[in-house]
Design a protein around this ligand. Structure first.
Ligand code: NAP
Length: 268
């Protein structure tokens, strides 16, 4: 039974993800959007900003002030990688549980943020990919790699994406690495005629990043075996694909007192 009337602040409400999150939160019965944090428009109402839904939700530029004034239970952060960690620390300082979709956290960041969450007895969730289908793809890929250890990952995203490879591609490779004995793939004497032709090398697996306008978020995991190939493919066709995962994360974060990294640790 999910917690009722969860008070939520969204950071990044004008963005591709944030604007979908505003729709999701305001249309979910047991969620209440109390304020938003934007990089501009301080002091306005969301509805006063061109192109935004006509909602009487106050806009803040300073996250700490916003959290102090509205005392939400959850912060949904969909801003940019360089703000993810700082926003989480500010949330913890205010007793707020962060649900974070920005990428770019190091292993050390995760260790330190988990300690902060546990010291404060607060839940926190960072999910490099909120699309439940993508999480299933990663889990299926891990199962397949036990039997088909030769694998290449091709991830495709819109051309405004800053990081490559994607967090999802790295996570997929890490999950595969857990079950696959380390192996150099391809010909031992293979030579790149053009640098980067074989993509990034992760423990002998190759990861290829495609960036094009028109794409959203897509990934193929291709396994090769004797006389056969297996392709697992997931496509996020638009950003609504991420909303059920954010909704699930908000409900879950209310009932944990540590940091969970990755939706695969919530979905059985
Ligand atoms: P976007 O369209 O560029 O939106 C980001 C929004 O955040 C912009 O409106 C930006 O405002 C605002 N912003 C930036 N810094 C801010 C700050 N310090 N405080 C408040 N607002 C701030 O990007 P997007 O496609 O929505 O993606 C947002 C983030 O989510 C990215 O890190 C992306 O990699 C990640 N993402 C995660 C998933 C997932 O499933 N986890 C899926 C897709 C994307 P300005 O334009 O004025 O700077």
């Amino acid at each position: 039974m999910p917690e009722q009337n969860i008070k939520i602040v969204i950071a990044g409400p004008r963005g591709n993800m944030g604007s979908e999150a505003v729709k999701m939160v305001t249309s979910t019965d047991h969620f209440q959007l109390v304020a938003v944090v934007d990089s501009k428009n301080n002091g306005k109402m969301l509805g006063e900003i061109e192109g935004q839904p006509s909602l009487d939700i106050p806009v803040y530029e300073d996250l700490a002030v916003c959290l102090a004034e509205h005392e939400p239970q959850v912060l949904i952060d969909l801003t940019a990688p360089k703000f993810g960690r700082k926003h989480m620390e500010i949330a913890f300082d205010h007793g707020v549980r962060p649900v974070v979709g920005t990428t770019g956290f190091s292993d050390q960041d995760i260790i330190e943020l988990r300690k902060l969450a546990e010291d404060k007895k607060l839940g926190a969730i960072i999910a490099p990919n909120f699309a439940i289908g993508a999480i299933l793809m990663m889990k299926f890929a891990q199962s397949a790699a036990k039997y088909l250890p030769d694998v290449e990952i091709i991830e495709k995203h819109h051309d405004r994406k800053l990081d490559a490879p994607s967090g999802t591609a790295i996570k997929t490779a890490q999950l595969i690495q857990e079950v696959r004995s380390s192996k150099i793939q391809g010909h031992l004497e293979e030579k790149e005629e053009l640098a980067g032709a074989r993509g990034a090398n992760f423990d002998g697996m190759h990861i290829h990043s495609v960036r094009l306008p028109g794409l959203v978020a897509h990934q193929e995991v291709i396994f090769g075996g004797q006389g056969q190939t297996l392709t697992l493919r997931h496509d996020s066709i638009n950003r609504t694909s991420f909303m059920p995962g954010i909704q699930l994360s908000v409900d879950t974060v209310m009932n944990i007192d540590t940091l969970i990294y990755g939706l695969e640790n919530i979905i059985e």
